[in-house]
Design a protein around this ligand. Structure first.
Ligand SMILES: Cc1cc2nc3c(=O)[nH]c(=O)nc-3n(C[C@H](O)[C@H](O)[C@H](O)COP(=O)(O)O)c2cc1C
Length: 169
């Protein structure tokens, strides 16, 4: 895995990268980490820094790791890994060993953050900001009704803004 210039992101179609290709959000350390699939989020600029925005429901096991650590990685994969990503997005690390189930190979970055050797692109990110969505803040209430219920898996997202510090290919 090689460190590359941030500018490579300008060559990616970042709109499709997250929404269509999906990504793995991984947090933790070499002793214990967890990963999950995400297709909501964005890449851009804030506070003159290159950033990513991710939306993580508090009930996700990965959320615990994101809360504990300073860093997380976002990683992107070729189409052949779609099944692995499907698994990471439908099973919880609470009861499934996702590394064993997908065959992905954990890879520890310089910072101690975790990604997978199979990733075609990894962003090593540092947490800058977190906020929790509030029901009262929804201007279009139909979104609240559609996406947020009192059923398991329906909690309001936590929003994390993370700085993209290193990019690997
Ligand atoms: C395509 C896809 C996209 C997803 N995007 C998100 C997301 O952006 N935010 C989120 O909280 N959950 C998202 N999920 C759901 C989590 O990946 C899923 O609940 C996962 O099982 C959580 O695993 P964990 O409990 O091990 O953290 C997505 C699932 C799929 C299949």
């Amino acid at each position: 895995m090689n460190k590359i210039e941030l500018e490579i992101l300008g060559k990616e179609n970042v709109f499709n990268l997250i929404g269509a290709e999906w990504m793995l959000v991984t947090a933790g350390n070499k002793e214990k980490f967890n990963t999950m699939t995400a297709s909501w989020g964005g890449l851009g600029w804030l506070w003159n820094k290159p950033v990513a925005f991710v939306f993580i429901r508090p009930e996700r096991y990965t959320h615990e790791f994101i809360e504990q650590e300073n860093r997380l990685t976002l990683s992107f994969y070729a189409p052949e890994y779609r099944k692995a990503m499907q698994l990471c997005g439908t099973k919880s690390g609470r009861d499934t060993d996702k590394v064993a189930a997908t065959g992905l190979t954990p890879h520890i970055l310089e910072t101690g953050a975790i990604t997978f050797a199979e990733a075609r692109l990894t962003l090593d990110c540092r947490k800058l900001f977190k906020t929790s969505m509030q029901a009262t803040e929804f201007i279009d209430k139909t979104i609240l009704e559609k996406w947020y219920t009192d059923k398991p898996g329906g909690m309001l997202h936590d929003v994390y803004v993370v700085e993209i510090e290193q990019v690997y290919q």
